[in-house]
Design a binder for this molecule. Structure first.
Ligand code: ZN
Length: 347
């Protein structure tokens, strides 16, 4: 089975942070952060259905205007997720324009905003073009286990990091693919039928292997059925391909509480995108600006057990020295060096 999620950096490593995650087979994409979007074509941006924003510093949020401009006049809903205060900020952005003619448009553009609050609470608001983007309340929700978005093929988890303000980190988790060996079904005399969809659902739901599973079909108009343990079916007729996990960590200070949250969110990630703005020689500056160093990013990737590390969001002070940042992160990732700078404790 081909990989479903194809993530890539929006800008080069010195540009605004952002990851564009294309969902193959769906002509759809998820976007992590809304900074400079210039490298993304209009057709790439129009595929974006969900945007996950870390925080509202300009290099993470100023691209909202380009997204708005492109989507205007189209029937489209864009879901935006982010830290507390995001709904107001989106409202303020929208209020910066005149909307006296927009109610004449046939198409409806909707921004559905979800704020992620401490304690797994979410609040929501909606802005529709037909009302001139007046704020409308939307139901509150819960982000159990940090899950802020869940759909059949994937889920997105969020955790708030300390960047003096909350900075959300995200993990996109592709769910397992379940493929059916049709030839093995035939060998066992089990006809193809709606029970296979139930079998996929039961498997993805993680039901225990000894769960009795009913296979049913009709033979010459007569109902037939047999029961087989779920584990037997999984072993004999299913090919289960685990989904990939993509983690995205930007602006955050290096301390133990952040490290724990990052390690939990990014645990076992296939790819961890993580900011590395400063060299460790400038760790004091990084700490003052509430950012990581490349070495700290590497250590965090190692602690999370990430399989692949992608560093970005380099400070322009190192222009022409990207290799140094990359190398420092790689060495810490590979060797797990003991930090020279003890982690700050947070109260
Ligand atoms: Zn920031």
């Amino acid at each position: 089975m081909a990989t479903f999620i194809h993530p890539r950096l929006v800008n080069d490593v010195f540009g605004d942070p952002g990851v564009y995650a294309e969902l193959m087979f769906e002509r759809r994409a998820l976007l992590l952060d809304l900074g400079d979007l210039a490298p993304l074509s209009a057709s790439a941006l129009l595929k974006v259905s969900h945007v996950f924003i870390s925080h509202a510093h300009a290099d993470h949020f100023s691209g909202f205007d380009r997204l708005l401009r492109l989507c205007l006049g189209r029937d489209k809903t864009v879901a935006l997720f982010g830290p507390p205060g995001l709904a107001d900020r989106v409202g303020h952005k929208l209020a910066g324009y005149s909307w006296n003619l927009v109610h004449n448009y046939e198409a409806e553009l909707v921004f559905a905003v979800t704020e992620i609050h401490p304690g797994a609470q979410t609040t929501a608001a909606r802005y529709r073009s037909s009302t001139g983007f007046q704020r409308e309340p939307a139901p509150q929700g819960a982000a159990e286990a940090g899950i802020v978005w869940d759909e059949p093929a994937l889920r997105v988890r969020a955790v708030a990091l300390d960047h003096q303000i909350p900075s959300m980190a995200y993990a996109i988790e592709e769910k397992a693919h379940v493929n059916i060996w049709k030839n093995r079904l035939a060998e066992r005399g089990w006809p193809v039928g709606p029970w296979l969809a139930e079998l996929k659902r039961a498997t993805l739901a993680g039901l225990p292997d000894d769960t009795p599973f009913r296979i049913w079909w009709r033979e010459q108009g007569e109902p037939r059925e047999t029961q087989v343990p779920l584990g037997t079916l999984k072993a004999e007729v299913l090919n289960i391909v685990p989904g990939r996990k993509i983690a995205y960590v930007v602006d955050a200070v290096f301390h133990e509480a952040n490290a724990q949250r990052i390690a939990g969110l990014a645990a076992g990630a296939d790819i961890l995108f993580i900011e590395s703005p400063f060299l460790d020689a400038d760790a004091a500056i990084a700490a003052r600006k509430h950012h990581l160093t490349a070495r700290q990013a590497g250590l965090l990737a190692r602690r999370a057990g990430a399989k692949e590390l992608v560093t970005f969001h380099y400070s322009p002070r190192y222009l022409g020295r990207a290799d140094e940042l990359r190398r420092e992160a790689r060495i810490a990732f590979a060797q797990g060096a003991v930090p020279d700078h003890p982690m700050r404790q947070v109260s």
